[in-house]
Design a protein around this ligand. Structure first.
Ligand code: ACM
Ligand code: ZN
Length: 533
């Protein structure tokens, strides 16, 4: 009897601790095969995580796994290169390369009596697998963790899985950018689109033009509410030094996130025009805007100094950011000043252009030629389609998906980020009572989740869709907690859009998986929206 009771309690204990581990994480892995017999592997505190020596990225992966388990679950594992098991023993966690798959981010995670193995096609794939293990373990460690035997095979659907942060309307501290990167990595994103320049502030240090960030980052005050005409009377500023940018790039790289910097041109340029008014069609003076909206004052396309200025800026951007893709904005750039400007009109005659939109294409082509020499491709918002795209341009479709569809049909690469599914500056709850003031709109988690980035495209055209991204514009978002509140849990929803094979999402199942993620957010101190629709 005693023995039976004892066995029963061991079994109950196993069931109780199993409940802690669930491979039904977000984004959901493609294939999860649990052992039908239900065996568990006991991962002990202090377990070794091994990897082959001589690979810095794998060492960093092991180190990060140890950090994650410590902060999430208070659980200790110990990285050790080339660890050798004692006789008839196995190393508890092995990180390795050599998985064969066309997708370089693919990984396989197995748990059986020999322990836990995460094998990737690349170091990046191993990192994605580490994130799955981390989320499967969740928040509760204990003396050991009981992991059900499993084989997980996973790879992301899209190669570009982005999240954007507008650090121009409001400046966010470097430490918060790192946290934002952590959150993005937790969700399997691989690109942070960093919006750095605006009418309301220029936030990227350009060493050859030190005044640009020093003066262009400062607005005299900020409007209260939605362009009420009432201002707070407080000077507002802040910019990122190149050293800080490099620090952020390196931090992100360890988490396999690429930073795509955006210098928005030729519109949204009052930060720069305030410092260099000669670059505008009217000559200014211009102020760094203290309110929101779209300025009619943009860079003069007919002034040769404009291209010199932009090349200097983008040259330094390329030195600081190793990204293959550099974003040159191009949205909301009214062309009425160009219509009135003798220099712009003369330029159009010289180039034989008939529409002002083509002037924007002329600038983009010049910049593309310049940046191609540095091995970089340019991304632009969908307005860049209007005057014709430059040869290698990538389109970021935001005014719906039609621009992206048009670009894909012209065989241009596309990132889908339509307002209707991806603008997380919109409210996430229908009832706005008690919500922090926002720009308007309504974009619940369910709507983000329902996004299909290749709708209306045939299989051939769909190949040009690199991926999808959520955008957090920050006119009304001035603090880190608020930014995270807008992001979570809508980032969970987009992460399954980015990862799940076409047609394989299930919102009801997603909702059952979400509470474990929220528990992790609580543990990590992330602010998030506790209701979702
Ligand atoms: C945008 O939302 N203006 C790209
Ligand atoms: Zn002009």
């Amino acid at each position: 009897m005693k023995r039976i009771l004892c066995l029963l309690s061991v079994a109950l204990l196993a069931v109780a601790s199993w409940a802690q581990v669930s491979y039904d994480v977000i984004p959901l892995p493609r294939s999860i095969e649990l052992s039908p017999k239900g065996e568990v592997y006991q991962l002990p505190q202090g377990a070794v995580v091994t990897y082959a020596s001589g690979n810095e990225a794998m060492a960093s992966n092991a180190q990060l796994l140890a950090e994650f388990l410590k902060t999430d679950a208070g659980f200790e594992v110990v990285p050790q290169a080339d660890a050798k098991p004692a006789k008839k023993q196995f190393i508890p966690i092995t990180l390795s390369l050599g998985l064969e798959n066309d997708n370089h981010e693919a990984y396989q995670l197995t748990v059986n009596k020999k322990g836990i193995v995460i094998q990737g096609v690349s170091e990046e794939g191993v990192f994605r697998g580490i994130m799955t293990l981390r989320k499967a373990i969740g928040t509760e460690g204990g003396e050991s963790i009981s992991l059900p035997y499993v084989t997980i095979k996973d790879e992301p659907r899209f190669s570009y899985r982005g999240v954007m942060l507008d650090c121009a309307r409001h400046y966010f501290p470097v430490d918060f950018l790192k946290e934002y990167i952590d959150v993005a990595a937790l969700h399997g994103c691989n690109n942070l689109h960093w919006h750095m320049t605006e009418d309301q502030g220029w936030r990227f240090e350009v060493k050859s033009m030190p005044e640009l960030a020093k003066k262009g980052s400062i607005r005299k005050q900020t409007v209260i509410g939605r362009n009420t005409g009432v201002y707070d009377g407080q000077e507002y500023g802040g910019y990122y030094t190149q050293e800080e940018c490099r620090e952020i790039v390196a931090y992100a790289a360890k988490r396999f996130i690429n930073i795509v910097p955006e210098i928005d041109l030729p519109g949204h340029m009052l930060g720069a025009l305030h410092v260099y008014p000669e670059l505008g069609c009217t000559g200014g003076p211009y102020e760094v805007w203290p309110h929101w909206g779209v300025s009619h004052d943009v860079l003069c396309a007919g002034n040769p100094k404009t291209l010199e200025f932009l090349k200097k800026v983008l040259g330094e951007v390329a030195e600081v950011f190793p990204s293959k893709y550099i974003h040159i904005g191009g949205d909301e750039s009214p062309r009425d000043r160009w219509k009135q400007c003798p220099k712009c009109q003369a330029k159009m005659r010289e180039l034989g252009l008939t529409r002002e939109a083509e002037l924007q294409t002329y600038i983009n082509k010049e910049l593309e030629a310049y940046m191609q020499k540095k091995g970089r491709d340019l991304i632009g918002w969908d307005e860049t389609l209007e005057g014709g795209l430059s040869e290698k341009a990538i389109v970021m479709s935001w005014r719906g998906t039609s621009g992206g569809i048009q670009a894909a049909r012209q065989h241009h690469r596309v990132i889908m980020t339509p307002t209707t599914y991806c603008y997380i500056d919109y409210y996430q709850l229908k009832d706005q009572w008690g919500q922090p003031l926002g720009i308007g709109g309504y974009l619940p988690v369910s709507k983000v989740y329902s996004f299909e980035p290749t709708d209306e495209l045939n299989e051939e055209e769909a190949k040009y869709i690199m991926g999808a991204q959520v955008n957090l514009w920050c006119e009304y978002v001035g603090y880190p907690q608020h930014a995270l509140y807008m992001l979570l849990p809508r980032l969970d929803a987009i992460s399954e859009v980015q990862w799940a094979p076409k047609g394989q999402k299930d919102f009801d199942a997603f909702k059952t998986r979400l509470p474990r993620m929220l528990k992790l957010y609580d543990k990590l101190g992330y602010t998030y929206c506790r209701k979702f629709e």
